[in-house]
Write a protein that binds this ligand. Sequence first.
Ligand code: NAP
Ligand code: MG
Length: 407
Amino acid sequence: MVLNKKIEVKSTLVELDGDEMTRILWSMIKEELLLPYLKMDLDYYDLHIKHRNETDDQVTVEAARAVQKFGVGVKCATITPNAARVEEFDLKQEWKSPNGTIRGLLDGTVFRAPIMVKNVTPAVRNWTKPIYIGRHAYGDVYRNSELRVNGPGKAEIVFTPIDGATVRQTIHEFQGPGILQGIHNTDASIKSFAKACFTFGHDRKLDVWFSTKDTISKTYDVRFKEIFAEEYESNWKAKFNNQGLSYFYTLIDDAVARIMKSEGGLLWACKNYDGDVMSDMLASSYGSLAMMTSVLVSPRGCYMYEAAHGTVQRHYYKYLEGTKTSTNPMALIFAWSTGLRKRGELDQTPDVVTFATALEQSAMETIENGVMTGDLIKIATPDERNRQVYTEDFLQAIKMRLVSKLG
Ligand code: NAP
Ligand code: MG
């Protein structure tokens, strides 16, 4: 069914296409769930690995600039090449992670949230409410400089200011071969990370937790802790108190221990690496990597929505052999729905927001009524209605609900 009149998305939405199984799902979602109902102006960038290679990865940079220009982007999962991928696709080089490149250009914080359905109980049974992750998306080990040391010698950390004397500190006197790593962050980026987390917590009425290893890292991690405390005291404390919300700082190992005992319903702000690791742990406990949404909130005032999982390579190779797969498209559907909702909010077009909500509800209700993909069937509450379907059939079931909701 096609609506008599399509819903109009007023401003341009930036679309970043990707690789492998997620590229197949991405196009199915567009064809079945979006294009029949929406009139959209899509600024399209093809981040397929071969196209990134042909453009010397300029397409990734252009896509990031477009997200900044238009304000909202939706991204499919993409291959981050390693040696095997260089051979598989005959690449000129091991191109950098597109997400790393985009985050490097847009800066910001990645917020991740589980998609919770009634019939999938989290592996950690007291997590009855969602735990949101706010992952700092700039710097640290993701922007490092590394060296392999071949023999004895002195390693130093050196800073040469534009004006003033050079600062020098010994890292280690090597007696034999070893390894070295230099990392950085900036006060401006940490401050915008703190601001993004407090804004997110305040808007969604969530307590904010932040954790680092400041007992060991007495300058680097201490600076994160200080900036969060300053930002909270000067701009958020009164607002949080008014709403009965709190800000809680603790060590990362203590946070991990406490999170296991919590009931959820909070935002956990994490440094870049901690957020990378912890978000997959949370996604897996809440059910599946495919039940986790992700958005990059940039201090430049733009948003990029994506799935938290990769390109699902193993399923893609089956697909190439002609086997139908039961790959879960939920996180990709939510990349579109959340991107469309933000577009609708910014454009002040409530019918686009309503569409986004109808799409999400249709997808969740489909699972709650027992129709689901293979990753969920293994963990869903047993019910005689439960049945595993191929991705195509799952999308059709969502579409039927969506059509009835759209009237
Ligand atoms: P992956 O795509 O996340 O998949 C790992 C496994 O998780 C799959 O084999 C599958 O398990 C399960 N899975 C993930 N998403 C699923 C879904 N939607 N439905 C059902 N099962 C799902 O990770 P990968 O296969 O290790 O990585 C493939 C490529 O993705 C790599 O080239 C990597 O660079 C890239 N990657 C991209 C992003 C991104 O663009 N944001 C993030 C991570 C990785 P079973 O095989 O057991 O069914
Ligand atoms: Mg990761």
